[in-house]
Each structure stands twice: as C-alpha cells, then as structure tokens.
Design a protein around this ligand. Sequence first.
Ligand SMILES: Nc1ncnc2c1ncn2[C@@H]1O[C@H](COP(=O)(O)OP(=O)(O)OP(=O)(O)O)[C@@H](O)[C@H]1O
Ligand SMILES: [Mg+2]
Length: 237
Amino acid sequence: MHEITRLGIAEMDGKIPPIPRGYSILLAGPSGSGKTIFGLHFLYGSATKYGERGIYISLRDLPQEVRRKAASIGFNISNLEGEGKIILVDGVSSRIGLDSSEKFFLLEPTYGEILRTIRDVIDEYEKLDRVVIDPISVIFKGRKDLGKVLDLVLSLSSLGITSLFISFQDDRPILGYVFNGVIELENLENGTRRIVIRKMEGLRIRTPVAYPYEIYRGIGIKLVERGIETEREGGIV
Ligand SMILES: Nc1ncnc2c1ncn2[C@@H]1O[C@H](COP(=O)(O)OP(=O)(O)OP(=O)(O)O)[C@@H](O)[C@H]1O
Ligand SMILES: [Mg+2]
C-alpha cells in the first residue's frame, strides 16, 4: 500500500506535494463556487489515475442530482460506479421520508451514521481510499459539534482514508482547526475565481497561496495562468 497519494486534480498536483494517506482536507466556499465539482473531481481523478476507491456522501443533493452534475461536467462516473471505484452514499432520502434506491444510504444525518456507513462500505469492498462529505455544514451545529467532527476525521485517518469535507464559508473559521489542510474557493467581484490554499500541515508548501481557476466541461477544476498570486506578495485579496 502506498503511504502517499495526491489530490487527483491535475494542476493542483503540480503545486501541492504528495499528501499522506489519511490526510484530511476542509474545502470551503460560497454557493456556486464549485465545491461539489471539486469533490467529484477529487474522486474521479484518484479513481482514474491512481485506481483508488472513493465514496461520495451527499447530504444535500439526491444521488441522481450528483450523477447529473458529474455528467454535466463530463465525468463519466457510471463505469466507475459499476467497478465499485466510486460509490455514492445517499444522505438525503431518509431525511425527507423517501426510501433510498442506493445500496448505501444514511438512516439519519449524524456523525455516527456516517461512520457506520463507511464501515459498511469497507466490509463490502475491503479497501476504501477516500471519502467526500458534501456538505458537512448540513449537520454541523457550530463549536459544540467540533469534537464530533474531530472524532470522525481521526477515525477516517486511522483507517488510512483520505478525506475531503465540504463546508459553507461561515463554518470555515471554526472547522478549519480540525483538518490537516484547508482549501477555499472564492468567486471574486471581477467575475474570476481563485483557489486559496490556507493550510497544508506537514507539507512543503508556503501558505496562504492562491491560484486562479475555472470550471470546464471535460476537465472539472482547472488552474488558469494569470500568474501566481499570493496574499503575502500583495496579490489579489
Ligand atoms: N458544465 C459546466 N461547465 C462550466 N461550468 C460549470 C458547468 N457545470 C457547472 N459549472 C459551474 O459550476 C458552478 C456550480 O458548481 P458547484 O455545484 O460545484 O458549486 P457548489 O460550490 O457546490 O455550490 P453549493 O454550495 O450551492 O452546493 C456553477 O455556478 C457553474 O459556474
Ligand atoms: Mg454543492
């Protein structure tokens, strides 16, 4: 088993050194900034490039909506789902009183139920490399929940599962403490977008550092050349 992995997002892998397996990352940003697309890219890239198995725990969108988003961005996940390389976990249906048609679903949206479902997936497939939770903000009730998020993050880490937790912008200042890495997506006033890497514990990368990005069909998240902007160097703030 490899001790390190990469994000699986092409140009970002050229900017961020390899990350240890079990590393935890918080991805925050406003609505429409591309968090869900980033999460899908994180799983799609690692499945297609590194053969990793990942699960997508959707707490906001029904699985069909996640599939539709993946298709709209040009990620063909149906083959990967068939191979068990990408597994969608339905965290929505039971909450709204529907029977889930997915193999894996949460009975209720709780931290314990998320971990139980992850264990079910491991029992079924033996090996699980990554988890995306989109968004943790649906169940995160502020500082009093910090310990529960930390327990979940540490449990995943101890299982060697690399995790990406997606959150709303408001939760980032509190949640950030719990994760090894913090990445923020920003929509700027001038219509451009940028990724800000705020923290990457234990990696040789100076933070904060910001990269302009765009979202393209067939690619997903793509860094674009507008020069590297860092806050310390007085770039766009
Ligand atoms: N096929 C596409 N080609 C280019 N851009 C796209 C495409 N599909 C979506 N987008 C862009 O991605 C954005 C939506 O991304 P996404 O759903 O990942 O946002 P989000 O941060 O998860 O939002 P929310 O917080 O509401 O869930 C849209 O605003 C649009 O600009
Ligand atoms: Mg989203």
